[in-house]
Design a protein around this ligand. Structure first.
Ligand code: AMP
Length: 541
């Protein structure tokens, strides 16, 4: 007969995280820059009480367990309350990315069947535009107080603070099956319609535990953590859960994400740790360098979402900020790997150490990965062989929301990324499979080319895309935005590649542009670029 363990059984519920923070870190602060313009501060104890009031208010509005409640909001304390209030009462917190086109937003809200939408005042025009196309939404809640409610709106609005004021907070977080749905994020959908990743309480709590560990994001109660990555992009990489879980002070930057505003908040609130996509660090670095500033407390940052250019890793290091390069995706909650050194790396030279930090890193416990060739055969971990990257684990998607077709291949989720894995298990993304440049049947990594270009002092941003070539099929074209006031010629840039990549990897041409289009999550939109340059004639063609 099987012998069962005799330990207590407690479901892994999201409400337990905020309950823990309120009970054991009750006076630790949450500081938010509000859309109203001022800085708001309160504690985990206050946050949990208000999340309970919100759960009561949702009940009063008729929201049922399992129902989706949408948000269109920045990183702020009210958004955090919605995270906990909605999931905590058993409904599903559906963060919608307000940077998407209105048609995509309406599609997502309708597909998810959101019953209510909570939004920041910034997004009122967006709400007024999409509301007529979202017939299932029963109410639009402006996340502000009565005094700041818009005098006129084309949509009937509910007032967030009034909803809370009507409740007494006398509410016990309900206990239920940890496998119930807790939150929902749609992929940005660069091709086809966006698809929903429906997380569970269990997957979220496990992901929060694992991502807080020292070799993952390494969050601690002694940290002050500012997630620049938006709460509408894969739950800000889980930080709204892992920060209260460890009891760190949380700083939420609201709508102001420019270099100067971020720097001011970093200094004023003594931020030690942050996280964001490379494009946000470009703005912050530019501000710090142009004004010859230093960070007094900021010492570590996670960069992910797209490859962290080596030049950026070194620029931050020169400011005493350690970069933790991490990789993941919406379908993975999102964290999969992070690049922290091993004990045996202690004595490496700076250059050798950088090579490791530039990789996307090792899996955190819970995630399993492999690379395979075109036939699905597993490839060796030698740091050279590259192939399709597949993953599996308890916080990785099994299927998309309201879509019965399984995306899995023999129980593994195909990431759509192409990667190498070295003997120590450090994975390195060479490309998104659709961005790889196929020159004469051989593959060129667009990320490698971009990384070299980004290290040129005159380059602000660089994207490498394929352009048609009659002999080689595809050849790399480098699209560059120069730094303000900087000068560099096509020839100088191409020369810069000599000795840094294989000769046949050097782009065939450079196109200077004033702007590279970004996706709703701040990544370079290569699909749009490829469209823009689809008739481009290479000088080598
Ligand atoms: P999303 O679901 O929007 O977070 O996008 C996930 C995709 O972003 C991944 O499949 C990768 O292609 C890309 N990505 C995320 N992190 C990194 C990274 N550190 N380096 C390169 N690509 C990344």
């Amino acid at each position: 007969m099987a012998l069962m363990g005799q330990m207590m059984s407690a479901p892994l519920l999201i409400s337990s995280i905020i309950k823990h923070a309120a009970r054991y870190y009750g006076s630790t602060e949450i500081v938010s820059r509000r859309t109203e313009g001022d800085l708001h501060r309160y504690t985990y104890r206050d946050c949990e009480l208000r999340a309970r009031k919100l759960a009561q208010a949702l009940g009063a509005l008729g929201v049922k367990q399992g129902e989706r409640v949408g948000t269109l909001a920045w990183n702020g304390y009210r958004h955090l309350e919605v995270y906990y209030g909605v999931s905590g009462m058993g409904a599903v917190c559906h963060t919608v990315n307000p940077r998407l086109f209105p048609e995509q937003i309406a599609y997502i809200v309708n597909h998810a069947e959101d019953g209510y939408i909570f939004f920041d005042l910034t997004f009122l025009p967006l709400v007024e535009g999409v509301a007529p196309h979202c017939p299932n939404v029963r109410g639009w809640v402006a996340m502000t107080d009565r005094a700041h409610m818009p005098a006129e709106a084309k949509v009937p609005l509910l007032c967030y603070e009034e909803l809370l004021d009507a409740q007494d907070g006398n509410y016990e977080w309900p206990q239920f099956d940890e496998n119930l749905a807790s939150s929902l994020c749609y992929t940005s959908g660069t091709t086809g319609n966006p698809k929903g990743a429906l997380y569970s309480h269990r997957s979220t709590v496990l992901h929060s535990y694992a991502s807080a560990m020292p070799d993952a994001l390494g969050c601690s109660a002694s940290d002050v953590i500012l997630p620049v990555v938006p709460m509408f992009h894969v739950n800000a990489w889980g930080l709204p859960y892992s920060v209260p879980l460890v009891g760190a002070k949380l700083v939420l930057p609201g709508p102001k994400l420019d270099g100067a505003s971020l720097y001011e908040l970093f200094e004023q609130e003594k931020v030690t740790f942050s996280a964001g996509v490379p494009t946000v660090w470009l703005g912050l670095l530019q501000h710090v360098q142009a004004n010859q500033l230093k960070f007094s407390t900021f010492r570590r940052t996670v960069i992910g979402g797209s490859a962290a250019p080596p030049a950026m890793i070194r620029a931050l290091e020169a400011l005493d900020v350690e970069v933790i390069h991490a990789w993941g995706m919406t379908e993975m909650s999102p964290l999969g790997t992070s690049s922290k050194l091993l004990a045996k790396h202690q004595d490496l030279s700076d250059a050798e150490r950088h090579k490791i930090q530039e990789k996307q890193g090792r899996v955190i416990y819970g995630v399993d990965m492999k690379i395979v060739d075109g036939e699905g055969k597993e490839l060796p971990w030698d740091g050279k062989a590259f192939g399709d990257l597949l993953v599996r684990g308890p916080w990785i998607i099994d299927r998309y929301f309201r879509n019965d077709a399984s995306p899995l291949v023999d129980g593994w989720f195909p990431t759509g990324d192409v990667a190498t894995i070295d003997a120590d298990g450090f994975m390195q993304i060479t490309d998104r499979s659709k961005d790889v440049i196929k020159s004469g049947g051989e593959w060129i990594s667009s990320i490698d080319i971009e990384n070299v270009a980004a290290a040129h002092p005159a380059v602000h941003m660089a994207a490498c895309i394929s352009a048609y070539h009659p002999k080689w099929d595809e050849r790399p074209l480098l699209v560059v935005v120069k730094k303000p006031g900087a000068e560099v010629s096509r020839e100088q840039l191409l020369q810069f590649f000599e000795g840094k990549v294989a000769k046949w990897w050097i782009p065939d041409d450079v196109a200077f542009v004033t702007e590279i289009p970004l996706t709703a999550t701040g990544k370079m939109q290569k699909l749009r670029l490829r469209e823009q340059f689809k008739d481009y004639k290479l000088p080598t063609a």
